[in-house]
Design a protein around this ligand. Structure first.
Ligand code: FAD
Length: 498
């Protein structure tokens, strides 16, 4: 239908749920039966925030296009606005009587959180109902984790919610109105394809899932920490989950349905436990969004770290002289992905060896991760940086990790071509090569490739001494109790794990 003044309609506001399957807001919008206008906003304020990168918006753009083509096939259209939500909705209100806006709950950064608070008020003042639905296993408004696991399982085992797109009466905007509202064209860096990154869209999400369950999961557990092999044997579903191209419930149920005939059942059980972690971490952030900007354990405010710009730049651009760290940072820049172990290791190197504050590396890493998900990113970052006071302190030795997980330097050689001719057993610490070896393998340390900017051993020891002393402080323990009470499931009256 075309718009006409005061026509009553509902709106579906797509956010980080760019899919058609297992979509609760869409099902409810369909059941209400009013004509439905589908909108998606790429808000300049969010796009220009320091945690944001064109790679994210390219993925979102591809996801939007895929969604729009499915909805178009059912006679509808999703309208993309490269503008802030509020002014667009204000004008749409002049053309329609908006009854209800449907969306999925978003556990975003502080900017989108504040935007949502403003919008809730805006809708309320205008008599518009805003119905937000639970997204994945994350529950809004919790003060503790009592029964959280049970609720997570109940949600994951519940039936998926699939709307019939053909039954919806889609609203089509008048062309002139849409043109006046849609905003500036998106920059080419977003609309052009880039084959170095995973492509966005619902069909791709399902392809990655099916391929993983059918073939790639076999070595999931064995290769999970290997920087090169994990690229194939991990599911690589994270960007699809971050942009909601597939629901976590669909992934969970599809995995269980195929468990019986799977070639490696225990690998799939491990995978399922990661799906649980996904929501466990986002739940922390949903319940305490201070994770983004403040030490979650306030006692760590007394930890003193001075910003060293030279170290920061060397780390960010992969020029620290520690090959595995440099390979990871360069690979992230080029592809948006490294596995969990390598993420933890580059964080550990930055916050312990280089003694950088986690807040200095949080947004730069967010920009590099294609799958940037604030609810996982910030709690993981603080956990790896030792500022929770309740997790085991993990200071990764990058050289040992390199020897163990990239023994022949296959990954390093790919991303640090300066070391292409260095043999596997020397590649983990090229500065230890004799001058003759350096000449023989075409890599003069200090000229072709940097010498280590810090001594891994000395800086590791210094950081360990400080961090262990901190962990023993009464203030850290006191805050730790508060954190456990809020974010960990009580077991038999006590709290364990984090
Ligand atoms: C400092 C740091 C920052 C991180 N930031 C993000 C982020 O912004 N977005 C993000 O999706 N993941 C983040 N992770 C978690 C993890 O590294 C990625 O989820 C995982 O590497 C994605 O690859 P995959 O999809 O192949 O994972 P698989 O191993 O195939 O796991 C399947 C899914 O389970 C979830 N998952 C797996 N591992 C974890 C974990 N350790 N914690 C929480 N959920 C997990 C993810 O949704 C993942 O897609 C971060 C980890 C660290 C150490």
């Amino acid at each position: 239908m075309k718009n006409a003044a005061s026509t009553p309609i509902n709106i579906i506001w797509y956010k980080r749920d760019l899919r058609t399957t297992d979509h609760e807001p869409l099902c409810h919008a369909q059941d209400e039966g009013l004509p439905l206008l589908a909108v998606y906003f790429m808000e300049p304020s969010v796009m220009n925030h320091p945690d944001s990168d064109p790679r994210h918006w390219r993925f979102a753009w591809q996801s939007f296009q895929a969604l729009n083509s499915k909805i178009s096939a059912a006679g509808g259209r999703v309208y993309l606005f490269h503008r802030e939500a509020e002014p667009v909705l204000e004008i749409l209100r002049e053309h329609f009587t908006i009854k209800t806006v449907f969306s999925s709950q978003e556990t975003g950064n502080s900017l989108t959180f504040r935007r949502d608070l403003r919008m809730a008020k805006w809708f309320q003042q205008r008599g518009i109902i805003w119905r937000e639905f639970q997204n994945n296993g994350v529950i809004r408004g919790l003060n503790n984790r009592k029964n959280w696991d049970e609720r997570w399982h109940a949600y994951m085992n519940d039936k998926t919610r699939n709307a019939d797109l053909h039954r919806i009466r889609w609203v089509h905007l008048d062309d002139a109105l849409y043109h006046s509202l849609q905003g500036e064209p998106l920059p080419e860096v977003i609309t052009r394809q880039d084959a170095s990154f995973q492509p966005g869209g619902e069909d791709w999400a399902w392809k990655y899932l099916e391929d993983f369950i059918r073939y790639r999961h076999i070595h999931y557990t064995r290769h999970i920490s290997k920087p090169e092999k994990s690229r194939r044997s991990c599911s690589r579903l994270s960007p699809y989950l971050a942009y909601g191209n597939i629901s976590l419930r669909s992934v969970y149920q599809y995995t269980l349905q195929n468990m019986e005939g799977a070639r490696n059942k225990s690998a799939l059980s491990n995978f399922i436990s990661r799906l649980h972690w996904h929501c466990h971490f986002i739940q922390k952030f949903e319940s305490e969004c201070r994770y983004e900007h403040e030490n979650i354990n306030r006692a760590y405010d007394a930890l003193s770290k001075e910003f060293n710009e030279a170290y920061y730049h060397a780390w960010l651009h992969g020029k620290t002289g520690i090959p595995i760290v440099d390979a990871c940072m360069r690979c992230l820049r080029a592809t948006g992905y490294v596995n969990f172990r390598m993420r933890a290791m580059v964080v550990s190197f930055a916050v312990y060896n280089l003694w950088l504050d986690w807040r200095h590396i949080a947004q730069p890493l967010a920009r590099l991760f294609l799958d940037y998900e604030p609810g996982i990113h910030y709690p993981q970052l603080q956990m790896q940086s030792g500022t929770t006071g309740v997790n085991t302190l993990r200071i990764y030795n990058p050289v040992k990790n390199s020897e163990q997980h990239d023994p022949d330097g296959e990954f390093i050689k790919k991303w640090v071509p300066e070391l292409a001719f260095v043999p596997g057993k020397l590649i983990h610490e090229p500065h230890r090569m004799s001058f003759l070896e350096q000449r023989m393998y075409n890599c003069i340390v200090g000229k072709d490739y940097p010498a280590p900017i810090v001594s891994v051993e000395e800086t590791r020891k210094r950081a360990a001494d400080i961090m262990w002393a901190f962990k023993k402080k009464a203030e850290v323990k006191e805050e730790g109790k508060r954190i456990l009470a809020r974010h960990v499931r009580p077991r038999d009256g006590s709290v364990t794990g984090a």
